[in-house]
Write a protein that binds this ligand. Structure first.
Ligand code: FAD
Length: 496
């Protein structure tokens, strides 16, 4: 006997599976199954945008409805013009890190066709990101708590990188972003010479070479592939500070009562606590400039260590002036590094964490790592326009590709999301037919604010934040950089 409610129950089952999936692959798999079951057309950019509206018609029960209410509220922002403001635009995003995903979400709300490439198919970073109040508000508004019940409960203001990616991936899929994993962006392909016969615009080369996105034509490309940005044409500024060696360590969190009682250490508090650092040095020989501890899926520590103490404790084997050599694989004793991180974690939590067993990283190794922050990079310009054979392409960077954060300060995601929204605002102006130099000049004006942005100099009413920068920044002057400056100042703005 057939049960008439079966298709509906199955849809709910698949939706629940999707919502609670805990890996990138599982989220993609269950979402495909759900769309297939609901017979939704997702091929080649076809179908309704944002996609969740089509799903919503077919999936009407409490769990889904709670999420639709959130997404409907966001989709109603007037800047999106009911997902029509950018529906003439195809946008490629390189990288499914948090910033690429956040940009993808915003562009989908604006009605753009969004194609996102990610060279990997897993989210594996245990490390934890500090969230500013506006980012928490932003993510709640996108339904983060529906996907990840523990999201910023109580006074928690952080999330592991992989959980954040997972939340944003699910939102992006529901909005209709076309996500291609195991696809690596290689380079841009100019429109072909013979435009009489082939009216073909800007494309790209990806690995694998046989992938259909090699044929895709697009109007905008966003580099969100982390600090090693692959898009050409962006000159990088280097900020060379004094030697800064950061250590990150993740220990297993077994969620026991004893672990729950241990207090977190926020970066700001610790920087000023000189006595703590003196005692740490006297008792253990560990010399730190700062330390942060967040209790998340793991017990996560990030600390900046002084070179001399790393040498004395045998973590760094031989002293070199060149930091690349100093921190090269062969010059670091991994066991000593583990001991150093464990001892620092133990001391700074007042020996209250019952066991300090390392969580495993992507490679199945204890998750402890050392990074050099002596040189930090920022792109000189945030965007450029390429024009070839009658085809224009808007090219822009977001996230770590644009401005590299110093992790112990926890500024990465907040500034990363701001820049993602700023870039989407530029795409909006572009799609409305804004003159290229005006669009670029406005983007550069807003970019000038980014390195100085703190929670204090943002607008205070987060519920008014939209893709429009004036709703988010205090003291914004969108005409700070003139079109003439953009033209001459950046050779990369190739208006050929
Ligand atoms: P990322 O998160 O770096 O994402 C870039 C994405 O692009 C990746 O998924 C990558 O696989 C993909 N990609 C790269 N090249 C290509 C290509 N050619 N084609 C397709 N896809 C590509 N910040 C902190 O505040 N604290 C930390 O402890 C911390 N630890 C980190 C540990 C590691 C190993 C890394 C890489 C970063 C860490 N960060 C940390 C930085 C933090 O993750 C970023 O600030 C944040 O994730 C926002 O970055 P993003 O989205 O710009 O780029």
């Amino acid at each position: 006997m057939g049960d008439e409610s079966y298709p509906e129950c199955r849809a709910q089952e698949l939706f629940d599976e999707f919502v609670s999936s805990s890996t990138c692959r599982a989220a993609l798999g269950s979402f495909s199954q759900l769309c297939e079951h609901l017979q939704l057309d997702r091929s080649g950019g076809g179908g309704e945008r944002p996609l969740y509206r089509a799903i919503k018609h077919r999936l009407n029960y409490w769990r889904a409805n709670a999420l639709w209410a959130k997404l409907d509220r966001r989709a109603a922002q007037q800047e999106y013009q009911k997902a029509r403001v950018c529906n003439n635009i195809t946008c490629v995003i390189i990288g499914a890190g948090p910033c690429g995903l956040r940009a993808a979400v915003e562009l989908s709300f604006m009605g753009a066709r969004v194609v996102l490439l990610e060279k990997r198919d897993s989210f594996s970073r245990n490390n934890v990101l500090h969230l500013w109040p506006y980012t928490i508000h932003d993510l709640r508004g996108l339904g983060a708590k529906k996907f990840y019940g523990k999201f910023c409960a109580g006074s928690i203001d952080h999330i592991s990188i992989r959980q954040l990616q997972l939340v944003l991936l699910k939102v992006a899929l529901l909005l209709g972003v076309e996500v291609h994993v195991n696809v690596e962006f290689k380079n841009l392909v100019e429109p072909p010479e013979d435009q009489q016969r082939h009216k073909v615009g800007w494309r790209m080369a990806v690995k694998p070479k046989s992938h259909p996105v090699n044929q895709l034509e697009f109007d905008v490309i966003i580099g969100a592939d982390g600090r090693r940005n692959t898009l050409p044409g962006f000159r990088r500024k280097e900020f060379r500070g004094k030697l800064a060696i950061a250590i990150t360590a993740n220990f297993k969190n077994r969620n026991t009562t004893a672990e729950a009682k241990v207090e977190e250490i926020s970066g700001v508090a610790s920087i000023f606590n000189q006595r703590f650092f003196q005692e740490l040095r006297q008792e253990t020989g560990i010399d730190l400039e700062n330390i942060v501890y967040y209790k998340d899926d793991t017990h996560y520590f990030v600390m900046t260590a002084k070179k001399q103490s790393l040498l004395e404790k045998g973590v760094i084997i031989q002293d070199f002036a060149d930091t690349a050599l100093l921190l090269s694989r062969g010059n670091v004793d991994q066991n000593a590094l583990q001991m150093y991180a464990r001892e620092a974690a133990d001391f700074s939590t007042n020996h209250q964490l019952p066991s300090l067993d390392f969580a495993m990283n992507h490679y199945g190794q204890p998750d402890v790592a050392m990074f050099d922050f002596t040189c930090m990079y920022a792109s000189e310009n945030a965007a450029l326009v390429r024009q070839r054979r009658g085809h224009q392409l808007l090219v822009t960077l977001v996230g770590d590709s644009l401005l590299e954060p110093f992790w112990p300060m926890g500024t990465g995601i907040a500034r990363g999301f701001l820049a993602a929204l700023d870039s989407c605002w530029m795409v909006l102006s572009w799609s409305q037919g804004g003159a290229p130099l005006d669009v670029l000049a406005q983007r550069e004006s807003v970019y000038r604010l980014l390195p100085q942005t703190t929670p204090e100099n943002l607008q205070k009413n987060f519920s008014l934040f939209t893709v429009d920068p004036t709703t988010r920044y205090l003291n914004i002057n969108r005409l700070l950089v003139t079109p003439a400056q953009v033209h001459s100042f950046s050779q990369s703005n190739k208006l050929l």
